[in-house]
Design a protein around this ligand. Structure first.
Ligand SMILES: [Zn+2]
Length: 361
């Protein structure tokens, strides 16, 4: 299996080395462990766009999409975009987390909860750029787990978006409205590719989240979440959809004639936590001397970095008869002896389970 999920600083460096000199590269700070935080600048337009990815180190798909987007922008026929926009791109805000494949930085801090306190050097680097650039648009690029569906009835949320609130009342401030209309344009461009596969995040206000803080400061901000597409654990398909979303967004902002409405944004189904990776049916489960027959067992992968490769370790999630959850994969245990003791460790250690649930792609 080729690992495409892991995107450590070395891969970013290889990409940066190959870039044309027309891309201005600066180091805007250093991580806790002393790794440089890079920023790229492209274009000379008056509309300033600030984009940052891998604020959560294990969310690599949007970084991979930037690796596709930047060379595309530099193609000769994209001159109109480069004359309209100035792009400030931080492809990997959390290099320590990217290296260790963790959400948090090396201090164990979630940088997307550090917008007010700003205790971490990575948070300071971002907010300094935000103040310096004063962007007209901000893109907060993330990846989401496989647990989300696009609405209760929908498919897996392969993409999700949010125009973060700027206050507790979730008011439609001008900045927020602008972001909502832009998301509606992305949705329109991608809904045929991903029918019932695009979700909208819950918009409760949390000023510790960077997107909320930036919207509060008056900058239209969009949260992008690359999610799961069927059988795409390497996230190479959602990578393409994120790339397409970027193109759709900037073409929309460029061609201001194609208007969208705030109501179009609210038509996007809300993200629901209703998926697991696998549901196995007809399982016998033994729990402290009690035998449960004909059960459905939900299994959720745990992503672990082992020798430079992301392994998907099957882990017990829950069981029931029947479960109300949906799964990305269903297995019937009819001809398999799948009785096991109800404990997460037991499941992980059981070689038969491991073989059955390991991803082959
Ligand atoms: Zn994230």
């Amino acid at each position: 299996m080729t690992d495409k999920r892991y995107f450590p600083p070395e891969l970013l460096n290889a990409f940066l080395t190959g870039l044309k000199p027309t891309v201005k590269q600066t180091i805007i700070g250093n991580s806790i462990n002393g790794l440089p935080i890079h920023q790229l600048q492209l274009g000379s337009g008056t509309i300033k766009v600030l984009m940052w990815s891998q604020m959560h180190g294990n969310e690599t798909t949007t970084t991979k999409a930037l690796v596709d987007f930047i060379p595309w922008l530099l193609e000769a026929n994209q001159a109109s975009l480069l004359n309209t926009f100035s792009f400030f791109i931080i492809p990997q805000l959390n290099p320590d987390g990217a290296k260790a494949y963790t959400r948090e930085n090396a201090n164990g801090i979630d940088l997307n909860r550090d917008a007010q306190k700003q205790t971490e050097p990575e948070s300071k680097a971002l907010s300094t750029q935000f103040r310096k650039i004063q962007p007209d648009f901000a893109l907060n690029l993330h990846g989401q787990r496989t647990i989300y569906g696009a609405g209760k009835q929908g498919n897996a949320a392969s993409l999700s978006f949010l125009a973060p609130a700027a206050d507790n009342e979730r008011s439609l401030t001008p900045a927020r409205e602008h972001a909502m209309k832009a998301i509606a344009a992305i949705y329109r461009a991608l809904e045929d590719d991903l029918p019932q596969g695009i979700g909208r995040y819950d918009d409760s206000f949390n000023p510790n989240c960077v997107g909320d803080a930036f919207t509060q400061a008056g900058t239209p901000t969009i949260l992008f979440e690359a999610g799961h597409y069927p059988n795409d654990y390497q996230r190479e398909i959602s990578r393409k959809f994120i790339f397409k979303s970027f193109k759709a967004l900037f073409l929309h902002l460029y061609h201001t004639d194609k208007e969208t409405e705030v109501t179009d944004y609210f038509r996007i189904p809300e993200n629901t936590k209703n998926f697991v990776d696998i549901i196995v049916s007809l399982v016998t489960i033994e729990d402290q001397g009690n035998l449960y027959k004909n059960q459905q067992l939900a299994v959720q992968y745990r992503e672990e970095l082992k020798e430079g490769v992301i392994e998907f370790v099957p882990a017990y999630h829950c069981f029931g008869s029947p479960l109300t959850l949906k799964a990305h994969r269903y297995i019937e245990a009819t001809n398999l002896n799948l009785s096991f003791t109800f404990s997460q460790d037991e499941l992980i250690k059981n070689p038969e389970f491991y073989k059955l649930f390991s991803i082959i792609n």
